[in-house]
Design a binder for this molecule. Structure first.
Ligand code: GLN
Length: 309
């Protein structure tokens, strides 16, 4: 049997000398204060074993990883009609790019680039006030992680709102094509707040476990989504979860994954485990540099790439 704790410890040890590489996101001022030398990793297996290393119990800003949870909620509310508003194709562009939106008449390529996640926030808002929609998202993440302490960091949400010029541009552009049903301020209020959820690697790995276990949370026995939906969310994470670095991540790691500019990555080894890593220094695509390396080592050592050993 694979000794996962030994693997996690070895990765932590081997990466010590490289901590601090990459560039911490500073376009959201509140994120620029984070110590670039942080590293945490947590693996939760489908049979409930937990393996951890480093700063795995320190909360960080999950940022775009939250887009997995909002997509899951939007699919629950709107089913396949979600795809009338957002595509399922990799974008090949940066996470905050506006270029494709004009050609594609305000329909974003996929739910994980910012434009797509803004469209998803609009869908989650249906029938709600922004405060209710934000509450629903936080409750959903708490339910997945079985942890009532998970919360939004209000300083990060405020910081994003104050400096979110590009996200305002994206949302206004979509609204001009009639592709948002709610006022831009409401949609972005939901978007900025879900991006500002703070979680630890341990909490994040638990909250992603349903994706590794055919839609069911094996810790609680709750069915979160159907196995077909879990499979499809994994497919989107694999093809679109790292923006214009998705091909490289698939090549090196070979697991569905979703990154955030806070330096976190949630990865899914279907049938085996959910893995969360955090290290704030980013590569040029805005994905955690050391986090990607940790997952590459992990996939190599476990042989868990979905593409074979
Ligand atoms: N909240 C961030 C933004 O809108 C999310 C980006 C990310 O994590 N890639 O820019």
């Amino acid at each position: 049997m694979t000794d996962l704790q030994a693997i996690v410890d070895e990765i932590h040890g081997k990466l010590q000398s490289r901590l601090g590489e990459g560039k911490v996101a500073d376009y959201i001022p509140q994120l620029a204060h984070v110590d670039p030398k942080r590293f945490g990793m947590a693996v939760v297996t489908v049979d409930g074993q937990v393996h951890k290393a480093g700063d795995c119990d320190e909360p960080f800003s999950i940022q775009s990883i939250s887009k997995v949870f909002t997509l899951t909620l939007a699919l629950g509310k709107h089913g396949e009609t979600t795809w009338n508003r957002v595509g399922k194709e990799p974008s090949g562009s940066a996470f905050n790019s506006i270029v494709q939106l004009e050609h594609e008449e305000g329909k974003p390529r996929n739910p994980f680039i910012n434009a797509g996640a803004i469209a998803v926030s609009d869908l989650v808002l249906a029938g709600h006030t922004p405060a209710e929609a934000i509450g629903e998202i936080v409750r959903f993440v708490r339910y997945l992680a079985e942890d009532e302490t998970i919360a939004i960091d209000p300083a990060v949400a405020k910081s994003e709102e104050a400096t979110g010029y590009r996200n305002f541009a994206l949302a206004n552009f979509m609204r001009s094509f009639g592709k948002l049903s709610h006022p831009v301020e409401h949609v972005l209020g939901v978007y900025f707040h879900h991006c500002a959820i703070a979680m630890t690697c341990s909490q994040l790995a638990r909250s992603g476990l349903f994706l590794a276990a055919n839609g069911r949370n094996p810790m609680t026995g709750h069915t979160v989504v159907s196995s077909q939906r879990a499979r499809r969310i994994n497919a989107l994470m694999l093809t679109c979860g790292h923006y214009d670095g998705s091909g490289d991540f698939a090549y090196r790691v070979g697991l569905p994954g979703k990154s955030g500019v806070g330096g976190g990555i949630l990865a899914v080894a279907p049938g085996k485990a959910s893995i969360a890593v955090w290290s704030p220094g980013l590569n040029h695509n805005g994905n955690s540099l050391i986090g990607s390396l940790a997952l590459e080592m992990f996939a190599d050592m476990t042989g868990w790439s979905v593409f074979g050993h």
